[in-house]
Design a protein around this ligand. Structure first.
Ligand code: GSH
Length: 242
């Protein structure tokens, strides 16, 4: 997996200036929001370096790099800081206009943003299931609620009649939602893909995508991370590193 260096924690020295011609990403190996930025960096072929942050024991200097204390954030060689994953991804697409991921057409662009809003209900439902599972609660009702939201994605592909959410090829919206599909295994909702044939076909196409392959985390590694995370292990983010 790319970006697999140990995380920097409290007490670490702040990294020096970003080298000319490079974007620096502050990340965490298992963060789906940070994966959005990693997907866009790879898909657009932007030269970058990744600095992983120990989110359970953050360095003090990290707040200068990300005022909300969250990953992802990016830093440019002239010291600009950009954070919040959709804003980071849009910035990257605008600042590096080759291999555009966002549609030029304003209506298409708006459609992608609307779908992203709908998708936030899917992620909320996934987190609810994950926490209920952790507490050994029954998740059947939560899974029904999840499927209600998830079905909207099948409807979107049906309406558009295209393999990807933005049309005939991969675009920004696909990368914005992908990271959570890798994490379906954690909430035990893989079975729902079988009930949504168009989304399932999209899922299989995405698995072949270069950026997806480059940023992919194996399911058993994700499961191992989540276990440590729930144990409040300070080094959960470094799970599976030597
Ligand atoms: N709205 C933010 C969410 C980012 C986020 O929640 N990142 C998590 C890791 S997956 C984080 O940095 N957590 C640290 C904390 O909550 O202190 C975005 O889209 O970038």
């Amino acid at each position: 997996m790319a970006g697999s260096q140990r995380s920097l924690a409290k007490g670490s020295t702040a990294p020096g200036p970003v080298p000319e011609g490079i974007i620096r990403l502050y990340s965490m190996r298992f963060c789906p929001f940070a994966q959005r930025a990693r997907l866009v960096l790879v898909a657009k072929g932007i030269k970058h370096e990744v600095i992983n942050i120990n989110l359970k024991n953050k360095p003090d200097w990290f707040f200068e790099k990300s005022p909300l204390g969250l990953v992802p954030s990016i830093e440019t060689s002239d010291g600009k800081i950009i954070y919040e994953s959709p804003i980071v991804c849009d910035y990257l697409d605008d600042a590096f206009p080759e291999n555009r991921l966002t549609p030029a057409d304003p209506y298409e662009k708006a459609q992608q943003k609307i779908l992203l809003e709908h998708f936030s209900a899917v992620t909320t439902a996934l987190y609810k299931i994950m926490f209920a599972k952790k507490d050994n609660q029954d998740t059947s009702e939560l899974k029904t609620q999840f499927f209600e939201k998830f079905k909207k994605l099948e409807e979107a592909l049906t309406k558009r009649n295209s393999p990807y959410f933005g049309g005939e090829s991969v675009s920004m919206i696909d990368y914005m939602i992908w990271p959570w599909f890798e994490r379906f295994i954690i909430s035990d909702v893989m079975e729902f893909l079988e009930k949504t044939p168009r989304v399932n076909a999209w899922y299989k196409l995405m698995l072949q995508d270069k950026a997806v392959k480059d940023t992919f985390t194996e399911p058993e590694v994700l499961i191992g991370f989540v276990k440590l995370y729930f144990q409040n292990d300070l080094n959960a983010g470094d799970y599976d590193l030597d």
